[in-house]
Design a protein around this ligand. Structure first.
Ligand code: SF4
Length: 352
């Protein structure tokens, strides 16, 4: 019986699903997650139970940590019907706080990466393979007690939108039923959809030409824009600048799994180096990923097939930051400014 600790960002949880699926082949898997990322595991057949750890809210601080750990242990004992420990806790998120949480819950082994701040609390430390995709690195935690094994070829995360998400997307598309003229239908007669995701937590990772791209694509595709409430202002700006009649603004209207469902129905997703990229990997939707100050070599590139990356490989300053700096330290931000909408639209055509 396994405990997977993943209290990091949305993309990290998505990329943890291959590890969860592997562990589920051996026995029940519980996942310690935050309220933001826990919904991503809904309907996942590999997950026995999602345990909430609201580290920035109700479970904040040492008392909250203790409370979350204690309730996790009670749940474990209830599922196990006897007060023993998990066989192993897999530290997919490497903070000291997460390691303490796992220790408080109780496991026979604590497995995590050699680069993690919480590594002193692990019993099995796995080498962090810089050259691998992060989904592969996380999956490799499952091999701590086995001979060295390569990850499965073509490893991809998995999400499971359900009826609720399908109905939400149906309703969204019905509300935004557009003109058919000037758009290419698919073999089934439906309009082809391109979903664009302009958001990112890190300002320098937000490609600035999504409005131009929407305008270029609108003669051929239906364009839908996704994101959370934080992206709604940007969506209004893009919509205004693009001046496209059939533009679907879905920001703030869909859950994470709802966004995954919309992406599933798209011919292509165009995204920054951010969470929607990983949703598309899970739904195997062809992806154009725009990378500015970061590079896919960090381990967070698209896994959908086909996928293509737009990036200014000629810039000597790139990459300049693991997550993307708040501002371009050189002031010109050419890693993004040099990537034209025409170029990205061509990449969409190449894989659509
Ligand atoms: S230093 Fe280079 S890679 Fe970094 S933000 Fe500026 S242009 Fe982009």
């Amino acid at each position: 019986m396994s405990l997977v600790v993943q209290t990091s960002f949305i993309g990290d949880m998505v990329l943890t699903t291959p590890l969860i699926a592997e562990l589920a082949r051996r026995g029940p898997v519980d996942v310690l997650a935050t309220p933001i990322t826990a919904p991503l595991l809904a309907n996942n057949p590999s997950v026995r139970r999602v345990i909430m750890y609201d580290k920035r809210g109700a479970d904040r601080g040492p008392v909250g940590l203790w409370r979350a750990a204690r309730s996790t242990r009670e749940l474990f004992e209830e599922g196990k019907k006897s007060p023993v420990r998990y066989d192993a806790a897999y530290m997919a998120q490497g903070s000291v706080r997460s390691a303490i949480a796992a220790r408080l819950v109780g496991a026979k082994e604590y497995v995590g990466f050699s680069t993690s701040p919480g590594r002193a609390l692990y019993t099995k430390v796995m080498f962090y393979r810089e050259e691998r995709h992060h989904a592969e690195r996380l999956w490799a935690l499952s091999t701590w007690n086995a001979p060295a094994t390569d990850p499965p070829r073509g490893i991809r995360p998995a999400l499971y939108p359900g009826e609720t998400e399908r109905e939400a997307v149906d309703a969204l598309l019905a509300r935004n039923a557009g003109r058919l003229s000037g758009q290419q239908p698919t073999a089934s007669g439906q309009q082809r959809l391109v979903v664009v995701a302009p958001g990112s937590t890190w300002a320098t990772k937000r490609w600035p030409y999504f409005a131009d791209l929407a305008r270029l694509l609108s003669s051929t595709y239906r364009v839908a824009l996704i994101g959370g409430e934080a992206e709604q202002d940007a969506a209004r700006t893009i919509r205004g600048e693009a001046a496209v009649a059939d533009f679907i603004d879905a920001t703030g209207q869909l859950s994470l799994l709802g966004s995954a469902e919309l992406i599933r129905r798209a011919a292509v997703l165009v995204t920054n180096d951010s969470a929607p990229l990983h949703l598309a990997s899970a739904m195997n939707t062809p992806t154009v990923a725009v990378f500015g100050p970061t590079v896919p070599g960090f381990g967070f590139g698209p896994l959908a097939s086909p996928s293509v990356v737009a990036g200014n490989d000629a810039l000597a300053c790139r990459p300049c930051h693991r997550h993307g700096p708040r501002r371009c330290p050189l002031g010109h931000w050419r890693c993004m400014r040099d990537l034209s909408a025409t170029h990205v639209a061509e990449l969409v055509e190449r894989i659509a």
